[in-house]
Ligand binder design. Sequence first.
Ligand SMILES: [Zn+2]
Ligand SMILES: [Zn+2]
Length: 304
Amino acid sequence: MVLAYAAPFFVLSIAVEWMLVRAGKLSGTYETKDALTSMLMGFGNLLSDITMGFISLGVLLWAWQFRLFDWGVSLPIILLALIAQDFLYYWKHRAAHRVRWLWTAHVVHHSSEYYNLSTALRQPWNNHFTGFVLLSTPLVFLGVHPLLLGFVAALNLLYQYWIHTEAIDRLPSWFEAVFNTPSHHRAHHGTNPQYLDSNYAGILIIWDKMFGTFVPEARDEKVTYGLVQNVKTFNPIKIAFNEMWGAIKDVCQPNLSLLQRLKYLFAPPGWSHDGSRQSSARIKADHIAKNPHLSGTPGLPDLP
Ligand SMILES: [Zn+2]
Ligand SMILES: [Zn+2]
């Protein structure tokens, strides 16, 4: 609901950024079809929440009966829930990049080859069908009420809206050190080998630093936005279901073992039974093998 109220603000701020970028007053790039597609994806995401959100809410309300604690709702508890949810968001987001079945939804957010405020609205339509919500149940078991959880999750997404911009270069170093920023999140949207699988943060970037996934945006490595294999379409339905359809086709191929079929769903994206595809680990390893002078660059492995 928080996000529905924010919709007019989203549209207005996108219009302003768009005009200023066109006028050459802000850095960034807008492509009309791309931005309109992103906004349509956002609208579809809102519709899917309104019509299917009860599935995820139902799971969380069901989990609520097994709670170990009941903290009630007060300002300190809301703040604690915000931080706890941000920590959980980090792991959920990481899983969404590393487990192909979850990636079939999150891939949508990464499908634009541009990076501006409209990109933030490019969101999946099939989130309530992947079981992603199950990853949120630990917080409910720990006593965060599902409605409070939904509220702080919305605040988290709201925070991430403004960081989808090229108009802000770097913020003061203390802020860059603690919070997720346009610079950190630009790297997250990059397909450059060093930026793949980096900066999963929602609000606080400290989780990436704690768990070894932080990669700073480098001055000498301009971010190339999008996917390793771009969808090359502005058709919202294709964007919404392309990867899920691909996963289903992979699983249903003839002559695969059960384990191979399961890996097409749960191994990292890019896994294939015959090694014909490129996982991010392989892309990084190939890149460092071809460019040994990059050894030591954050986000790239050590030389073999
Ligand atoms: Zn992501
Ligand atoms: Zn993003």
